[in-house]
Design a protein around this ligand. Structure first.
Ligand code: BDP
Length: 715
């Protein structure tokens, strides 16, 4: 019987109601009854009731969360109470009368309003669990943490947890346009229903806020970095204010992308020169207007003089001039400017990988205190693998923010299962050596290396109106992992995957282990079938769907594929050593030296930094050509393994989740083979060598792949 029919019958006949129809809407906050009876009994013994102290909109959220969470997980009503007895959960701020005299809260009294602690202790001779913080939002975070402990089946016997965020600004960046198209979004439309706002408040705005608060995200940039000036008109500001009102109790501030030429487009000015007094005044007035509507407005993100966006350079001014003008307008209200360093220009004949550093490094020290420079993780553009951006460590006077992409623009959209926790971890753990060994990207981002007041991380969101928010269920894990790493950049990708699987799919070891293994391997698989050995930017033109290493002769060289792989009869790869573009000189020693020689350069970056002959001997003993084929084939095979692993989960997990992921994995298998065949056949036209013995030959000629056309691929 066909799987779908079987599923349908299972759904209507055999499976208990609680187990059906997991469409993913509830994300990792399901609060279904604890499946493990031992744990369930332990929790039922230890949680007899709960008490929430204080009053505020956030306290209301906390009450609802505890009510739903405890009753759902323990599968019985857990009473809320104004008094407490043995085995109670008490959530309240440290300055509450009940808590302020206990020695424990004294121990933690210096914690900030987002920090929290959870302890098992005695209060008035009763055994209780106290969740506490100096602030409402920290308390909310603590409550989510406590519920996570139950969701992941950990003991609550002796809790002694103190948490504080590693990074101050933990933001999502929505590349969402006002007509509701999400640029590089693959999960339906933008979740912001701009047309119906501010009057119609969709329930999923609350779910969005809850989900973000549960992982510590404290800001959201509502609109695309390719900004429409209209967002700053009263019509749209009122809509943004309505969202800010919803998000406030969850500790989430609203930020906006500002188009640099707004004074012209919506202000009636002739110029947007940052040194012009009328332009400066226009921004001051605009900022005042925004704060009148959104008193806790976070600030602006700006993409300027990048990919055709207007900016200060249109007037011969620097990025610092532009950022500082906005920073001055925001300063009296406590707002910040996040100025993006994603700049490159095809009219400049310098390796694109070098351009951001060349432009920004000299500006170090010239930015106002409330400016952060937002840097993508790598020097090109969110490729499946890039070395870390050389700006990290190179601007000690400036707080540098990390920009990660959660949406999978270059990693198979929302069709491919690619867990990005390992990508984020790889970048954060990278050692820049800017202040000697141990100067990791994580320490630069969290401000600890240079002692910065501001620190930040931005993740380009993968959310949309799809019922499960992210298109692919596993896209949720990337949203989750991003938030967890923004909270604590030192966390391991594996431990985050573990938490997410337990809360989203199952707490059973025979599910957790294979799924975790699959997730941890998934990004490397994708690198192998798309861009192994440091290859990059060889995807489809414009929409970026599928392989297209043959892209050339376009109006911009730096948007073609041949610009990056430089394949010829003599070999393949971009020489970024001294004999080539010398991009390596932008890195600190000993990285620069290590990467400068193909012998010591890690093979995962070898073609990023070196142009090597097809016969170059790799560590495996294979020639470069053989190794390239080997990687492409291993990558495609590994997706078949994922499919097998998933298949074995049938019956152990929710049938709807099973079917959803199964279907997508089948597409991923097809597309991985497509990438493999197209790339190997194309590069073979230069290497002129056979595909190594034992590897199946592509069943179609190169022309077939080159002629594929996808006019309506999402982009
Ligand atoms: C590229 C995207 C483009 C974005 C740009 C950016 O293709 O849609 O506008 O980055 O980050 O990855 O500004």
């Amino acid at each position: 019987m066909n799987l779908k029919i079987k599923l349908f019958i299972a759904l209507i006949l055999t499976i208990p109601l609680s187990a059906i129809c997991d469409d993913g809407y509830r994300l990792w906050l399901k609060y279904d009854p604890i499946s493990d009876n031992l744990m369930l009994n332990e929790y039922r013994k230890s949680i007899k009731g709960y008490m929430v102290l204080g009053e505020s909109p956030t306290i209301d959220v906390i009450k609802a969360e505890l009510q739903n969470g405890l009753s759902g997980l323990l599968d019985r009503q857990i009473p809320a109470s104004n008094t407490f007895s043995d085995h109670f959960i008490i959530a309240g701020k440290t300055d509450h009368d009940l808590l302020k005299n206990i020695s424990l809260s004294k121990k933690y009294k210096n914690i900030s309003s987002e920090d929290y602690f959870i302890v098992t202790t005695e209060l008035e001779n009763k055994k209780v669990t106290i969740i506490s913080s100096n602030g409402d939002i920290g308390l909310l975070y603590g409550v989510f943490h406590f519920l996570k402990i139950l969701q992941t089946h950990q003991s609550i016997e002796n809790l002694d947890i103190v948490e504080s965020p590693g990074v101050k600004l933990r933001l999502l960046n929505h590349w969402d346009n006002l007509q509701r198209r999400a640029e590089r979004g693959y999960a339906g439309c933008s979740i912001w229903d701009w047309h119906k706002l501010p009057d119609y408040i969709h329930p999923y705005y609350y779910q969005y806020a809850r989900a973000n608060a549960s992982i510590g995200i404290n800001g959201t940039v509502l609109n695309n970095v390719n900004a429409d000036a209209l967002i700053l008109t009263p019509l749209y500001l009122e809509k943004a204010a309505a969202l800010a009102d919803i998000f406030r109790p969850y500790g989430i501030k609203v930020y906006l992308s500002a188009r640099f030429s707004s004074p012209i487009e919506i202000g009636g000015l002739k110029i947007s020169d940052p040194l012009d007094a009328s332009v400066q005044q226009w921004w001051k007035n605009k900022v005042e207007e925004i704060y009148a509507l959104i008193p806790d407005f976070g600030g602006f993100v700006v993409k300027a003089n990048s990919e055709g966006q207007p900016g200060p350079q249109n007037y011969g001014r620097s990025h610092a001039d532009g950022a500082n003008m906005l920073a001055d307008a925001l300063k009296p209200f406590g707002g910040v400017v996040m100025w993006r360093a994603f700049v490159y220009d095809h009219n400049i004949k310098e390796d694109r990988a070098k351009q951001a550093y060349t432009e920004f490094k000299p500006l170090d020290g010239e930015f106002r205190e409330n400016v952060l420079v937002q840097v993508k993780n790598g020097p090109i553009d969110f490729q499946p693998r890039e070395p870390f951006h050389p700006l990290f460590g190179a601007m000690p006077e400036t707080p540098l923010m990390m920009e990660f992409q959660i949406t999978q623009e270059y990693l198979g959209f929302s069709t491919h299962l690619v867990y990005l926790g390992t990508l984020y971890e790889e970048v954060l753990d990278a050692d820049t050596y800017s202040r000697g060994k141990g100067s990791t990207v994580a320490k630069i981002i969290d401000g600890s290396l240079e002692n910065k007041e501001f620190s930040g991380m931005a993740g380009v969101a993968n959310t949309g109106t799809d019922r499960n928010w992210t298109g692919h269920l596993f896209g949720q894990s990337n949203w989750y992992a991003y938030g967890r790493l923004a909270w604590n950049p030192e966390l391991s990708a594996a431990s985050i995957a573990d938490e997410w699987i337990r809360m989203t799919i199952s707490n059973q070891p025979d599910v957790i282990n294979p799924v975790k293994k699959m997730m941890m391997q998934s990004r490397e698989n994708t690198v192998n079938y798309m861009t192994p050995l440091g290859l990059h930017h060889i995807m489809g033109w414009d929409h970026h769907y599928g392989p297209a290493p043959w892209i050339k002769d376009k109006f911009r060289d730096d948007w073609t594929s041949v610009y990056y792989h430089k394949a010829g009869q003599d070999g393949i790869g971009f020489d970024r050593t001294k004999s080539g573009s010398d991009a390596l000189s932008q890195y600190f020693e000993p990285i620069a030296r290590k990467f400068a020689s193909p012998e010591t350069c890690p093979e995962e970056y070898i073609l990023w930094f070196h142009h090597l002959s097809w016969d170059y001997k790799m560590k495996s003993g294979r020639t470069l050509w053989e190794e390239l084929c080997h990687r492409y084939y291993t990558g495609a095979e590994s997706v078949k393994d994922m499919l097998k692993t998933w298949h074995e989960l049938q019956g152990k997990i929710d049938p709807e989740i099973f079917d959803h992921v199964m279907q997508l994995l089948k597409i991923q298998v097809k597309e991985a083979v497509w990438w493999r065949n197209a790339c190997v056949l194309y590069f073979q036209t230069f290497s002129q060598k056979p595909i190594p013995e034992g590897l199946e030959k592509p069943d179609k000629p190169l022309e077939y792949y080159m002629n594929l056309d996808f006019p309506y691929a999402p982009k």
